[in-house]
Design a protein. Structure first.
Length: 303
């Protein structure tokens, strides 16, 4: 059975009313499943502004089973939404916990020891400050974005948090990479141990000496570098990094054992975050597939 819906409170904010044969949650889920299939108009001077006019909505007919089936479908999808919301909250909580933990595991500005240390290191006062250039090599890449290959063999780091692919590699080993210019300055950080290539405006920090854990450095650097770049830039919005901003940056370095302990702790938390993100993505994919099966194809309902 197909029925037309619609009463509207304004041209931009549609408001629907339902009689005893229609369930509002059923319609909401139908709308989520089919919104992009409606005839969307672009408005204003920007292609980013979209709307569906009231007239277009009033022309639309939807598949409408009896009220009990509508409610059953709506309850099923609502339960799945509850799971998705719960998993999203878990993911946010893990990210918040990691952020707070990093702030405690590394010394605050003006302090020489962190607020939180593992028991076995609390009496150790041998930590030092060293410039990055003293314990590692800093270089920039030789490739451009156009060198990426969709199904390439090696990771290709560009000025983005996204990792592209390429068939060449210019380094094989442990390294930390960050954007040298563009919108990703101070935002993008990558850790890798293996073969890779990188963009000409991406900085690679590598060849760590035996007193430095590359993974520890990755976490410390990603926590502090953005603030340093902003302080050293005359602009309000930073769009370029000069190499001395990296090579001369002081890093708090406790013993290698404490570095590795901190890195392992944060790595374990990252693994939990990745697993939770994958679980959330799987739930969203499952819901999308379920909605496609629970509702007739849009074209079939209008055939």
């Amino acid at each position: 059975m197909v029925k037309t819906l619609g009463f509207f409170s304004s041209s931009d904010v549609p408001a629907f009313s339902f009689n005893k044969n229609g369930d509002s949650n059923f319609f909401l889920n139908w709308l989520k499943a089919n919104y992009e299939k409606l005839r969307i108009e672009r408005t204003g001077t920007s292609n980013t502004l979209k709307r569906v006019s009231p007239e277009k909505f009033l022309d639309v007919s939807i598949w409408l089973p009896d009220i009990k089936e509508q409610q059953k479908i709506a309850d099923c999808l609502s339960s799945l939404d509850d799971l998705i919301t719960a998993e999203a909250q878990k993911l946010d909580a893990l990210k918040t916990h990691k952020k707070g933990l990093m702030q405690q595991l590394f010394p605050a500005e003006g302090e020489t020891v962190p607020r939180l240390r593992f028991p076995e290191f609390r009496d150790n006062h041998t930590a030092v400050l060293k410039a990055i250039g003293e314990f590692s090599k800093v270089t920039s890449g030789g490739k451009d974005t156009q060198n990426r290959i969709e199904d390439g063999k090696y990771p290709f780091f560009v000025r983005s948090q996204n990792i592209e692919k390429i068939n060449s590699f210019s380094y094989d080993g442990e390294a930390v990479l960050t954007s040298g210019d563009g919108v990703g300055v101070g935002e993008n950080y990558h850790y890798i141990n293996g073969k890779f290539d990188f963009h000409q405006r991406v900085y690679c920090i590598c060849d760590f000496n035996e007193c430095v854990s590359g993974k520890f450095f990755f976490y410390y650097f990603s926590q502090h570098f953005k603030k340093r770049v902003k302080e050293m830039s005359a602009k309000n919005s930073v769009d370029s990094v000069r190499m001395p901003m990296i090579t001369e940056m002081p890093i708090w370095l406790p013993t290698i054992n404490e570095q590795e302990r901190i890195a392992n702790c944060l790595s374990s938390l990252d693994e939990l975050i990745i697993a939770e993100a994958q679980k959330l993505a799987a739930l969203k994919t499952h819901k999308k597939g379920l909605m496609q099966q629970l509702f007739p194809h849009f074209d079939e309902a209008h055939g």
